[in-house]
Design a protein around this ligand. Structure first.
Ligand SMILES: O=C1O[C@H](COP(=O)(O)O)[C@@H](O)[C@H](O)[C@H]1O
Length: 222
């Protein structure tokens, strides 16, 4: 059976991610990949897990996370463990964005310390995007958005009225520092949200705008 457009997109994205990691591993001992959560990346994770890479030299972390247990159904860490860190890719070092603290405000210092030990700048950030223009956990309705867009700290705790759980997000600064930026989106609603983002520059209205000049390679399929 022929692969669907979304499966083909995931394969192409995995090839691009593997090529970026290989290129950086040719000159550095370790390379860091930052991935997003949500539903879109699953076929990408599965395709990338099959890539031939020296996975023991690869570090993986998340662009953002819900403040939930790592085995919760909506944990981005769980998604990465179940779909990316499989087979040879299980040899990669994964750094989660949660701690044993009750809240992200209490845990953010520990998470930031863990993040600082990674091989920055990241080789590649694979961003996702919601229909509201959020990316990572940079949400338009988050009181912490201005901080997350301006701080040089690696991570910020956020509470967003539109979201059921508190979250932690990499800061825009830390995401910007990556050598390469890709946006992985599917469906007409996200194409429309991206089209709208391209018509203006208010990052507080549509936070994805903070990455439109990184440059940003857009991987989209219907
Ligand atoms: O909440 C989140 O949403 C975005 C997009 O998720 P999707 O399910 O529409 O693919 C994601 O990029 C982000 O990491 C996630 O935490």
């Amino acid at each position: 059976m022929n692969a669907s457009p979304r499966e083909q997109l995931a394969e192409q994205l995995a090839e691009a991610a593997a090529a970026a990691l290989r290129a950086d591993l040719a000159c550095h001992e370790r390379a860091l990949l930052v991935v997003s959560g949500g539903s879109t990346p699953v076929p990408f994770f599965q395709a990338l897990a099959a890539a031939e890479l020296p996975w023991e030299r690869v570090e993986v972390t998340l662009a953002d996370e819900r403040w939930v247990a790592e085995d919760a159904a909506d944990s981005n860490a769980r998604l990465v463990r179940e779909h990316l860190l499989q087979g040879p890719a299980a040899a990669a070092t994964f750094v989660a964005l949660t701690s044993d603290h009750a809240t992200p405000e209490e845990g953010v210092t520990e998470v930031a310390g863990r993040l600082e030990r990674l091989a920055w700048p990241a080789s590649l950030v694979v961003l996702g995007m919601g229909g509201d223009g959020h990316t990572a956990s940079l949400f338009p309705d988050s009181p912490e958005l201005a901080l997350a867009l301006s701080t040089t700290e690696p991570a910020v705790a956020v509470r967003t009225p539109s979201q059921p759980q508190p979250r932690i997000t990499l800061s825009a600064d830390r995401l910007h520092q990556a050598r390469r930026h890709l946006l992985h989106i599917t469906g007409d609603d996200k194409r429309a949200a991206l089209a709208q983002a391209l018509t203006g520059d208010d990052t507080r209205e549509l936070p994805i705008r903070a990455f439109l000049s990184c440059p940003l390679a857009v991987y989209w399929a219907p």
